[in-house]
Design a protein around this ligand. Structure first.
Ligand code: TYD
Length: 253
């Protein structure tokens, strides 16, 4: 088979040209990075788990009428996706204070917010993804006012879905990040959920113990990241129930 053309290589994923125009193949690597890639490691099996978990969340969103870029999973590490024009924003939804919000405002991590809040960071690693006010986004032309309203509404729907699914398996959705893509159906631009949804881009805490089951395990050296992600996948039924959390990922077909 001819070698596929590489379109983009990021920290955790690679995009290749897809089999048809308007499609891409998204490959999930085992690389983990934090603090703007100052901390790096390779976590055996992370890419396999995130490929399955992102498929699980994206197909769930589609079933409740939220469009995403996901088309189908191709194999252990790859999925076919729609090519999109990425809106250069990290869209963050928070239900509990943690991470930069807790730090910035001096709040205790885990404090429940009176309602979910949506915030935006400008996607630029060299600047450290700075928080940006909505007014900048419109003024600088990254999204129109209407797009912004649609993105907020979509992010809150994603939050309700993810928080509900997680609650069902005893996990608190503290916060998460999504990226939004623009696709064109003829002349008409449409916004869809893109990139990935996985424990790399969420904060997930056990409801009973507050044990962290997300990338903070890696950021803060709290134990085995692969065990944490395997536990999330196991609870969601993406892995067989009898799969020991410490075992290597065993995949259900
Ligand atoms: P945040 O608390 O702002 O930053 P940090 O993770 O550096 O403490 O992150 C909120 C949530 O969004 C958290 O679950 C991580 C996720 N996120 C990403 O996945 N990528 C990003 O570039 C940013 C800014 C956040």
């Amino acid at each position: 088979m001819a070698r596929r053309k590489l379109v983009y290589e990021g920290k955790a994923k690679i995009l290749y040209e897809g089999p048809e125009p308007g499609t891409l193949v998204q490959y999930f690597k085992d690389d983990a990075t934090a603090f703007n890639a100052e901390k790096k490691d390779v976590i055996d099996g992370k890419g396999v788990l995130n490929n399955r978990l992102s498929e699980f969340f994206m197909t769930g969103l589609q079933r409740i009428g939220i469009p995403t870029h996901f088309i189908k999973r191709l194999n252990m590490r790859e999925q076919l996706i729609r090519q999109v024009e990425i809106v250069p924003l990290e869209v963050i939804v928070r239900n509990f204070a943690a991470g930069t919000m807790a730090k910035r405002l001096g709040m205790e991590e885990g404090t429940q917010l009176p309602r979910p809040v949506v915030e935006f960071s400008y996607k630029d690693d060299s600047l450290g993804d700075p928080l940006v006010p909505e007014e900048y986004i419109v003024a600088l032309g990254w999204a129109s006012q209407q797009d912004l309203e649609d993105i907020i509404a979509m992010a809150l729907r994603v939050n309700d879905f993810l928080a509900g699914v997680m609650h069902g398996v005893g996990i608190k959705l503290v916060d998460f990040k999504i990226e939004i893509g623009r696709v064109y159906d003829g002349e008409f631009p449409r916004l869809i959920v893109a990139d990935e949804i996985s424990p790399d881009s969420c904060r997930l805490w056990d409801i009973e113990t507050n044990e962290k089951l997300d990338k903070d395990v890696f950021r803060r050296d709290l134990g085995s990241l692969s065990d944490a992600y395997t536990e999330v996948a196991r609870r969601l039924g993406v892995l067989p129930q009898n799969n020991a959390p410490s075992g290597k990922p065993t995949l259900v077909n």
